[in-house]
Design a protein around this ligand. Structure first.
Ligand code: ADP
Ligand code: MG
Length: 401
């Protein structure tokens, strides 16, 4: 790691110190209660590291998109209660983002205590990367930890201006355990992968993933393409795709990429088609040059499942972003499920398997194989940017090793 991490700070240095920790506690709330608490649990290793060393921890997080105004529906209050149960210690909540009430609450913190501030996006300065808001937070303490990988592609006050301010004042800004793990797997592992290195891209759009395709093409031995993304590539080959989801304005780009990459890009050879995408429809397996005008492509076909599966099982490093089909609907689930299982088997055989993207993570979870992957990323947009080779602003703002 080029950036400092928790373990670069000597244990004794945390004791009694106020530590500002940016976490990703952007969890779903259902009727004032925390729904899926995966993200809260993801931050526990870092929070425990700090509490065990006697730090006085102040948590900053956003929740939803309140647009710079207070929205009681998006308060982090319920999160504090839930977090307290997970941590097995008292967690206090102050219903302010910054200011006198926050300073007062921080002054009452004891060794190992945790304080949750209100949703950072209730303050208009958060998304504006406002130095004044950063200044107010930096006045609370001079140690900063960022564990919010999911927000690392945003230059916001809590992820960017604050760590810069802390460092200017002579303090230290480090990556938390979760952030460190994400950077290791999505960044460093892919820079120097064990080969064969295979990438699998799918999902709805080519346009949102062009940079990732280009960056991956420069490094992989094979790039497997599925999902609706493949449809645009089919069009560039002059194939009929019926009423399938395509991006007309990416056809030329798809053709260029195929020319550039030659046999390193592998497209589906067959697909599952249907009259429409729905739960009750009957899917039909068709070779890719046998799709009818009145059909839509909803998944990769059985021969492609075999083909892609064999590539994955022969690989030493695999990175996967984007489902192979409309996996949310039962008739179009098999391609994504088969891919998830192929990755799990490869993993068992010692291959490094990395899954990024919200829908892809949900798919491996649903297939019951998430815990067999080397790493399942918690960040959608951030993981895609990292795969694209971009430097994330929140990571850039941390102290150098
Ligand atoms: P991720 O969140 O893993 O990055 P994306 O958001 O890019 O993935 O894409 C996921 C979406 O792509 C899913 O909602 C899925 O239904 C859709 N999708 C995949 N294949 C197709 C297809 N053939 N036609 C329409 N939508 C598709
Ligand atoms: Mg998605």
């Amino acid at each position: 790691m080029r950036k400092k991490t928790l373990t670069d700070v000597p244990d004794g240095d945390w004791e009694q110190r106020v530590v500002l920790v940016r976490v990703d506690h952007n969890v779903p709330l259902e009727g004032g209660e925390v729904g899926d608490d995966t993200r809260l649990r993801g931050s526990l290793p870092t929070l425990e590291h700090l509490s065990e060393r006697g730090a006085r921890t102040v948590l900053l997080s956003h929740l939803g998109r309140p647009g710079g105004r207070t929205d009681p529906e998006l308060s982090l209050g319920p999160v504090a209660g839930h977090l307290s149960r997970l941590l097995g210690r008292g967690v206090t909540f102050v219903p302010e983002v910054a200011g006198a009430a926050v300073e007062e609450a921080v002054s009452r913190l004891g060794e190992g205590d945790v304080l949750v501030l209100e949703n950072t996006r209730f303050h208009p300065g958060e998304t504006a990367d406002d130095p004044q808001l950063a200044e107010a937070w930096a006045g609370l303490g001079d140690l900063y930890v960022n564990d919010a990988f999911g927000a690392a592609h945003r230059a916001h006050a809590s992820t960017h201006a604050l760590p810069l301010r802390v460092r200017e004042g002579g303090g230290v800004a480090v990556a938390g355990h979760l952030m460190e793990r994400e950077l290791r797997f999505l960044g460093e592992t892919l820079e120097d992968p064990d080969r064969p290195f295979v990438a699998v891209l799918g999902g709805a759009k080519v346009s949102g993933k062009i940079d990732a395709i280009r960056a991956l093409l420069s490094r992989v031995d094979r790039l497997l393409i599925g999902g609706a993304m493949a449809n645009t590539f089919f069009l560039s080959l002059g194939l009929e795709v019926g009423r399938s989801l395509v991006e007309e304005d990416c056809i030329d780009l798809a053709r260029e990429l195929l020319e550039e990459a030659g046999s390193r890009i592998l497209l589906p050879v067959d697909c599952i088609t249907a009259p429409e995408i729905g739960e009750g429809v009957e899917g039909r397996a068709a070779e890719r040059d046998r799709v009818r005008e009145d059909e839509v492509i909803g998944d990769v076909g059985p021969r492609t499942r075999e083909l892609f599966g064999a590539e994955i099982r022969a690989a030493r490093t695999v990175v996967w972003n984007g489902p192979m089909g409309v996996f949310e609907r039962r008739p179009f689930r098999a391609g994504t499920e088969a891919l998830a299982r192929a990755l799990a088997e490869a993993s068992d055989g010692g291959c490094t398997t990395i899954v990024g993207g919200g829908d892809s993570a949900a798919a491996v979870e649903e297939a019951g194989v998430a815990d067999r992957m080397t790493h399942v990323s918690t960040g959608g947009g951030a993981s895609l940017e990292l795969l694209s080779g971009a430097e994330l602003p929140a990571v850039a703002a941390l102290s150098e090793r």
